[in-house]
Design a protein around this ligand. Sequence first.
Ligand code: PBG
Ligand code: ZN
Length: 325
Amino acid sequence: MSFPTQRMRRLRQSASVRRLVQESAVRANDLICPLFVSSDPDVDRPLGSIPGVRLLSGAPLEREVRMLAGAGLPAVLLFCVVDDGRKDATGSLACSAAGPVQQAIGRIKDAVPGMVVIADLCLCEYTADGHCGLLRTGAIDNDATLAVLQQAAVSLALAGADVIAPSGMMDGVVQALRTALDAAGHTRVLIMSYSAKFASGLYGPFKDATRSAPAESHHATHQLDIPNSRQALEEIRLDIEEGADMIIVKPALGYLDIVALARQRFGVPIAAYNVSGEYNMVQALAGGNTEYQTRLMFETLNCIKRAGADMIITYFAADAARALA
Ligand code: PBG
Ligand code: ZN
């Protein structure tokens, strides 16, 4: 069948018909809101490098999480900003019950017990040199790093984390965390692995915000090279074999081919991380025009869903959930 019998525009003739034939959708249930928590008490101030995103702790953090739950969001992803004075060579604060993320988890679970709390797990926010792993003789020591991450994961689970999200791209991290969590009795805690994390320049605003940019970067030795998709799929396959419950592709927009390929090949839930640089690009283009920004926001989120992502980690989570309500 072809023109003039076949007319594709019939499917787009009215808003109702368009709604009826819509193939994918963004729902508040799909969105994960990143939160930045401080090692200082009762903080509430702008992060600076990511417009509209705040650094929180204590009562202001509880207020924010109540607001997010009210907007219908199911999950938050926690990062921290640590005072330089509390960082050390091994990132020991990552493993402490007094750590900012552990403390924040307690506050969040008190305020909204049903909120799914995902704890990002990497050493770069805690190490004095800002590296994602332990540096030994000028290189990141993969296996020594795993031992620290195991302790940190158990500490986060004990604090009440529902999900641990290792983001440092260390080999064998999922197996190491699953083993450590199970041995400590945390068999219910999920692992959401940043399986396909690329060595992207789009993390710039996040790195500024968390002051975790190392003087000399080793990222290219653990994060994926931009041109590689087969390696990304191997990383995902291995993480699933090691026991990952969910996987993350990061960044999102230039990486939707990876999301689509992973969707075809694997059955696990897939999250795409719409990172800080992608968020800032939309903000910059919108230039303060809120109507235009909302349009760009939904275009972004819809494209990520169309590619096959189940979940989207986005700094737009609260805005989008409110707009969808
Ligand atoms: C690592 C981590 C980073 C981001 C999330 N987790 C920084 C990095 O890997 O260099 C970036 C997120 C963003 O840019 O929004 N802890
Ligand atoms: Zn890191």
